[in-house]
Design a protein around this ligand. Structure first.
Ligand code: 5GP
Length: 203
């Protein structure tokens, strides 16, 4: 990444793999370093999700017009809903000289790979699909139909992740503390670089 711009950081992995927990831990520990790219989605809010913080909840019609106006870096259809990263969401974080975290699906990753964003790619992998199923059921936020759809998508996503070479980071999340310390290891040099950069800029 350019000298004075923190590297964006793309997180990808099946829902239920523990991505959100790891992202939250990272953002809590390094408040000064990371910012979250708030995606748009047409799905309904879940649990305690807050509009504008977890997602920008929107309608398909509004989102399709914004995509038509070229306002999105990438977008994808996932489990019957549209999701997308707006240019504004990423620029907001990068302009503050923070590493921008994108939490996106495999289709989004494929689109980002074709852009010049050049992020650090981190794939979070569940130890096996049965664990994923258990986590999705315990979460109690999805219908049976939605769970089955998510598991089917997860199988496809895992195949793609396993096909990726060494230029990306793959972290198996069996134990959240172990996975988190691997994540810190992967990001430590960029975290240091961003802190230096922010210090020099008096941020
Ligand atoms: P969930 O409905 O569980 O919040 O998210 C479902 C999937 O959509 C997750 O894999 C998540 O990473 C992905 N996702 C969330 N935001 C975006 C986005 O802006 N773009 C893409 N391509 N995927 C997203």
């Amino acid at each position: 990444m350019a000298d004075n711009i923190p590297s964006p950081c793309v997180f990808c992995g099946p829902s239920g793999a523990g991505k959100s927990t790891l992202i939250k831990k990272l953002m809590d520990e390094y408040k000064d370093v990371f910012g979250f790219s708030v995606s748009h989605t047409t799905r309904k809010p879940r649990g305690s999700e807050v509009d504008g913080k977890d997602y920008h909840f929107t309608t398909r019609e509004d989102m399709l017009s914004a995509i038509g106006r070229g306002e999105f870096i990438e977008h994808a259809e996932f489990s019957g809903n549209l999701y997308g990263t707006s240019k504004a969401a990423v620029n907001l974080v990068l302009n503050e000289r923070r590493m921008c975290i994108l939490d996106i699906d495999v289709q989004g990753v494929k689109s980002i790979m074709k852009t010049d964003l050049n992020p650090i790619y981190i794939f979070i992998i569940p130890p096996d699909i049965k664990v994923l199923e258990k986590r999705l059921r315990e979460r109690k936020t999805d219908s049976e139909e939605a769970i089955l759809k998510r598991l089917e998508t997860a199988t496809r996503e895992l195949k793609f992740i396993h096909e990726q070479g060494d230029s990306v980071h793959k972290i198996i999340n069996n134990d959240v503390e172990v996975a988190y310390s691997k994540l810190q290891g992967v990001l430590s040099s960029e975290i240091g670089r961003v802190r230096d950069m922010r210090f020099k800029l008096n941020l």
